[in-house]
Design a protein around this ligand. Structure first.
Ligand SMILES: C[S@@+](CC[C@H](N)C(=O)[O-])C[C@H]1O[C@@H](n2cnc3c(N)ncnc32)[C@H](O)[C@@H]1O
Ligand SMILES: [Zn+2]
Length: 138
């Protein structure tokens, strides 16, 4: 059986968009799996308080998987939690059971910052800085 292809090399660095971001260290082909968004699996009914606390600090760490489950990247997360949002992102996410795969939406060159669309729901209060003049809120 063919061994699974290793995941591409990526690194956390300061970002123009916000705080830290995650950057490609090698070319990444379209649709390649890059990393899974790790974090504690939490019932949606139990994560509202955490989300509010994180949002109080201006941060979104909880990734909604489906109507029942979320992953809290702030607890047991990996560097995927530092991937910033963009309205025209270069990555997309794939939900496979309770695993969240971040995948390349197009070919990504070394040095490019990885972004995906957070698809935030509810009250959006954080002005998006994905590009000059972006009118959206996260
Ligand atoms: C999951 S964290 C991403 C890592 C973050 N940059 C950091 O250094 O902690 C999500 C937070 O990053 C910020 N962020 C991500 N994308 C952004 C964007 N396009 N514009 C403004 N802030 C953004 C927001 O504060 C958001 O709550
Ligand atoms: Zn934007």
């Amino acid at each position: 059986m063919k061994p699974p292809r290793p995941l591409p090399r990526i690194a956390r660095r300061r970002s123009r968009l916000h705080g830290y971001g995650v950057f490609a260290l090698e070319p990444i082909t379209k649709n390649r799996r890059i990393i899974d968004y790790a974090g504690e699996l939490v019932l949606n009914s139990e994560c509202e308080a955490r989300e509010e606390q994180y949002l109080g600090d201006g941060c979104i760490w909880v990734f909604r998987i489906n109507r029942r489950w979320s992953r809290d990247g702030a607890v047991g997360g990996n560097i995927a939690r530092f991937i910033n949002h963009a309205c025209r992102p270069n990555c997309w996410f794939e939900i496979a059971g309770t695993t969240i795969w971040i995948r390349a939406g197009r070919r990504i060159e070394p040095g490019e910052e990885l972004t995906f669309d957070y698809c935030t729901i509810g009250e959006r209060t954080i002005p998006c800085r994905c590009r000059p003049g972006c009118p959206n809120f996260l």
